[in-house]
Design a protein around this ligand. Sequence first.
Ligand code: FE
Ligand code: FE
Ligand code: FE
Length: 188
Amino acid sequence: MEKKTSTAKSSSNSKQTSSQNNESKLLNKFFVDGLKDIYWAEKALVKALAKMEKKATSEELKNAFSQHRTQTEQQVSRLEQVFESIGSKAVAKKCEAMDGLIREANDIIDETEDKTMTRDAALIMAAQKVEHYEIATYGGLVQLAKTLGKNDAANTLAQTLQEEKQTDELLTQVAESTINIEAAEETA
Ligand code: FE
Ligand code: FE
Ligand code: FE
């Protein structure tokens, strides 16, 4: 019984890794396109997070954005490592979704008043929409990397996935512990 299970496992593993002509596979092309998309997004986020830090009201949120900006710079480098590990050139291709999410964050800055906690509450929501897009993207890319037998790439992408999840949780904490409560007291 046990033997059967392990045989089945190893045969499915060898299927995953016997990457005959992997580079020409359609799924591989989709994987590389996905990397280009998130590479564009992370680079755009380095700039967007700097603006969000500048426009946030509370020190707590400024610090959270500043920390995540540093992490995001590392995530850009990590993607360059992934491109290298699969023998592809690091190329950025515009991510329409992230472009839209960043525009939404900019609209929030325009539509909320400076130095209010309502600004911060709204910026946290905008930032969490970004993190959720990233979590979905990296989650999918880790799975594809594993399926394609690119284990180094999978591990590197999983590190970033973890950081995006932690950032999302940190933002929830910041919102719930102080910012939303103070924002609720503000009047026009
Ligand atoms: Fe990121
Ligand atoms: Fe995208
Ligand atoms: Fe992020």
